[in-house]
Design a protein around this ligand. Structure first.
Ligand SMILES: [Zn+2]
Ligand SMILES: [Zn+2]
Length: 337
């Protein structure tokens, strides 16, 4: 959704210069009118993580759907706890966004995938390869629905020559395999010194299974809906959690968007399209109700549908606030929570 949003036109060189030097950063800022420039967002995230006490969640990408070129990246998150990083979902942009947080690839301990839609998994392979080059430990783990093991093997085979050239040249140990655990049903997923992770199965036809996850760190619990129609299982999973990150759809804006698309000749019909959206995603008012039932402290609205800049934070927040009286955060890329 949302291919009418604007993307800043930046050369890679300008961007890299902007990341390293303050004067270039301000030049980048004046070249693009809005929204918050990437450089500033990255610096804010790095500062927030530097000063952080306890577990932090960084929203790496907050847009729904496999649409490139928007001001929001596709869905991805990283949680940083006690120096260990846990990535959840690998939409396009995850590797760059991870790097922009300033978290070392050496800290990357595990990767979790909610479901096999492109806006959640398409950069899984590139994250492994670039991550390995940048120091990701060889014993990184991956968790997600089948066929994650097959995908991982296929990706590493596809990049095998590339990995070998690099390993030989730089005398590195090549990335030959990744420890994968496939998650097919609700229940415990993994546990280590920092966190206990569990999964639930959500409703996102025809994708089966599509998962939601709960991360119980020592100091903080964070639950993720994944992509789903409204289901009671999420309120149950997120019960008493500090933070619930839930996907959110603003129905009137989706209706307007698809009517505009049809007027421009896109070959879809309004009723079947909206029926599909309602079977697969959660209207933001329902998200508020689920957060209230779960009794969470903070609700984070993300995976925004449509991910267009013209929908203000206040519009999103007001819709969820009809049913949820706790703290509501409208996610932005590189926001630290
Ligand atoms: Zn999605
Ligand atoms: Zn999906």
């Amino acid at each position: 959704m949302g291919d009418d949003s604007r993307a800043p036109m930046l050369s890679r060189r300008t961007l890299l210069a902007g990341l390293t030097a303050a004067p270039a950063a301000s030049a980048v800022r004046s070249a693009i009118a809005e929204p918050l420039p990437l450089v500033a967002a990255a610096q804010q995230a790095q500062a927030a993580l530097r000063d952080a006490k306890g577990t932090k969640l960084v929203m790496l990408g907050t847009a729904a759907g496999p649409v490139p070129g928007r001001t929001r990246e596709m869905t991805a998150h990283v949680m940083l706890s006690n120096g260990a990083a846990y990535v959840l979902d690998c939409g396009l942009g995850v590797t760059d966004q991870f790097a922009r947080t300033g978290i070392s690839f050496h800290a990357l301990k595990a990767i979790f995938i909610t479901h096999h839609h492109a806006d959640h998994n398409v950069e899984y392979g590139p994250l492994l390869v670039i991550g390995w080059i940048q120091g990701m430990p060889l014993n990184v783990h991956a968790y997600g629905p089948p066929p994650l093991r097959q995908m991982t093997e296929d990706l590493l085979r596809a990049y095998g020559r590339t990995i070998d050239f690099w390993a030989e040249d730089l005398k590195m140990k090549p990335l030959k395999s990744v420890e994968v655990r496939e998650v097919t049903e609700a229940g415990p997923v993994m546990q280590d010194d920092n966190v206990k992770v569990s999964a639930i199965v959500v409703e996102h036809p025809p994708v089966k299974p599509a998962l939601g996850y709960r991360f119980d760190f020592k100091d903080r619990s964070i639950a993720f809906s994944g992509d789903t129609a409204p289901v009671e299982a999420i309120a149950k999973m997120a019960e008493g959690a500090d933070v619930l990150v839930h996907e959110a759809m603003f129905v009137p804006a989706v209706e307007k968007y698809i009517r505009d698309q049809i007027a421009r000749g896109r070959p879809v019909q309004f009723e079947p399209f909206m029926a599909h959206m309602k079977a697969d995603h959660t209207p933001v008012e329902e998200v508020g109700r689920i957060a209230r039932e779960a009794g969470v402290k903070t609700l984070v609205l993300s995976h925004l549908t449509p991910a267009i800049d013209s929908l203000t934070d206040e519009t999103w927040r007001a819709a969820a606030a009809k049913t949820f009286k706790g703290k509501i955060i409208v996610a932005r890329d590189l926001m630290v929570i």
